[in-house]
Design a protein around this ligand. Structure first.
Ligand code: CA
Length: 223
């Protein structure tokens, strides 16, 4: 899962980036409103963490512009402003959640995880596909009730597919959501990754839709 963090406070940006990275997310950071707005318009993010007080363009304006242009990714607003009026304004402009500074990183992580889950239609933090289970809270995976160790990249790949279960996900889409913007993206890597996941779980759990992409589904004999 790939997250855009728009935050001009260097310290906060670093802390949030580290915490998100440890939880398996890829993070792109924008340090001013202009860059933030541009990235949100041009890159596909699974969620955005948006500070309100920003150089160049303020957070609420960015949010309004995104929503008017039809960008519907979940947005969590971070702000030092504390009045209920600001909260209401942010939510009315299309924010999905709100966190006041100073905040606990654990709370931010829990909120982001819930936002991503809900935006892909999952209410339960334990995602399952047949006997394959992924706990989005603890980042642990299991298959047939046995724990399965995953590398960070494998986890991101599986997590994206689990959140979009049953849908055909193209290589390009997958690449965009498991790598940051600066990464040299090579679609051959995706094939290797998918094969590694198939070996760790079942070769039948991730189907190849020729020319279209991959589809995570419950194997026929498990449904
Ligand atoms: Ca700020």
């Amino acid at each position: 899962m790939r997250i855009l963090l728009v935050e001009d406070d260097y310290q906060i940006a670093r802390q949030v980036e580290t915490a998100l990275g440890r939880s398996g997310y890829i993070v792109d950071i924008a340090r001013d409103g202009e860059e933030g707005q541009f990235l949100g318009e041009t890159e596909p993010y699974d969620a955005v963490i948006l500070d309100l007080g920003l150089p160049m363009i303020d957070g609420l304006t960015i949010l309004r512009n995104w929503r008017q242009a039809g960008h519907v990714m979940p947005v969590l607003i971070l702000t030092a402003r504390t009045t209920w009026r600001d909260t209401v304004t942010g939510l009315r402009e299309g924010a999905d959640d709100y966190l006041k500074k100073p905040f606990e990183l654990e709370e931010l992580l829990a909120r982001i995880e819930a936002l991503i889950r809900r935006s892909s239609g999952h209410a339960n933090p334990l995602l399952s596909c047949g006997t394959l289970e992924l706990d989005t809270g603890s980042s642990r995976a299991s298959y047939n009730n046995l724990p399965v160790e995953l590398t960070a990249l494998e986890f991101r790949t599986l997590s994206y597919l689990m959140h979009h279960q049953g849908q055909v996900v193209s290589k390009t889409e997958l690449t965009e959501h498991i790598y940051g913007q600066d990464f040299d993206r090579d679609s051959n890597v995706i094939e290797v990754l998918i094969n590694r996941l198939r070996k760790k779980f079942s070769s039948r759990i991730i189907k190849t839709r020729r020319g279209l992409g991959y589809q995570l589904t419950v194997p026929d004999d498990e449904s």
